[in-house]
Design a protein around this ligand. Structure first.
Ligand SMILES: [Zn+2]
Ligand SMILES: [Zn+2]
Length: 317
């Protein structure tokens, strides 16, 4: 099979590799859609702490079951499946409470296991048993299904901040993730959804599919603009949706009293320590919350949302 292999940071090569054989108790998936995520670009250019080389990247995956071990009865050849890329241990406290993305020994396809930038992907028994495969609703295409993972990451983030039905959400960055967040926020809350972006191409792209307050951050005083749009209070939920957002925007100032700041995007390793006004957290009862990855159940919810009509095709380039 052909695969895109990251041999070291900066060196991504198309290689001819042996087709994977079917693991005992596992399945082989013929990959038909695998998105390029900004994390893949970052890995390609800069590496990543969890990467082991050589590595086939790709963690937003959909395909068709091509081979099934005799022992495996839940899936059959021809099933259209979305692949949840994490394999938790299945036994720790986090796995048992359905937060397998926090499992200390989780392995993730495209990070420390081979991923979806290949024609075939072998899933071990532990992956099948721990929920790596979700059946795709018949109304969805495989390209749409591959969007389930990033959409599920947004669902995870909004679950973490416990978004309420009428709250205002401020999203910093209108790339694909920012746009997905905006769609889910609109779906879950009747409050205002505000997006800031500095890149004009991203602003034009986001306008194609979103009906939200989308502002060019180059042209406005961000704090003033948010206060104007929120009656002087700030946003109930502030979400960072691009690397370094926490360095470029005054996150705590943008949050309303009782607000939550969701650190969805990371910061470069060497810039990850940022001075923070903890008195603002204290006096205004703010919460600083992290989100990383998603769970298999959240991927199922994401597939369900798309099947119910949440339209993501416009984000696929
Ligand atoms: Zn991703
Ligand atoms: Zn675990």
């Amino acid at each position: 099979m052909k695969a895109a292999v990251l041999e070291k940071p900066g060196k991504l090569a198309i290689r001819e590799l042996p087709d994977p054989s079917c693991p005992t108790g596992g399945v082989v998936v013929k990959v038909l859609a695998s998105n390029v995520c900004s994390t893949d670009l970052h890995m390609w250019q800069m590496g990543h702490p969890t990467l082991k080389y050589p590595r086939i990247l790709g963690h937003e995956i959909a395909g068709v079951v091509a081979e099934v071990s005799n022992e495996e009865k839940r899936f059959k050849v021809g099933d259209k499946v979305q692949v949840y890329p994490g394999i938790g241990c299945g036994t720790c406290e986090y796995c048992r409470r359905g937060s397998e993305n926090l499992c200390p020994s989780i392995q993730i396809m495209g990070f420390n296991l081979d991923g979806g930038f290949a024609q075939y992907l072998a899933l071990p028994k532990s992956g099948v048993e721990n929920g790596c495969l979700n059946i795709i609703p018949s109304s969805l295409s495989l390209s749409e299904a591959a969007m389930a993972e990033p959409l599920a990451c947004c669902l995870n983030g909004l679950e973490k901040v416990e978004l309420k039905k009428d709250e205002t959400v401020l999203i910093l960055g209108a790339g694909p993730i920012g746009c997905l967040f905006a769609m889910v926020a609109k779906h879950q809350s009747s409050g205002k959804v505000i997006l800031f972006e500095k890149d004009s191409a991203r602003i034009s792209q986001a306008r194609l599919g979103l009906e939200v307050d989308l502002l060019d951050a180059n042209n406005v005083d961000v704090v003033e603009a948010v206060m104007e749009l929120t009656g002087g209070l700030g946003a109930d939920v502030v979400v960072t949706c691009f690397r370094e957002a926490a360095l470029e925007y005054p996150l705590l100032e943008l949050a309303a009293p009782g607000g939550r700041v969701l650190m969805f995007s990371g910061i470069s390793q060497d810039r990850g320590v940022v001075p923070t006004d903890l008195n603002a957290v204290h006096y205004r009862e703010l919460a600083l919350i992290g989100a990383y990855g998603c769970t298999s159940v959240q991927c199922q919810r994401a597939l369900g949302l798309m099947a119910e009509g949440l339209e993501v095709n416009w984000l696929i380039s």
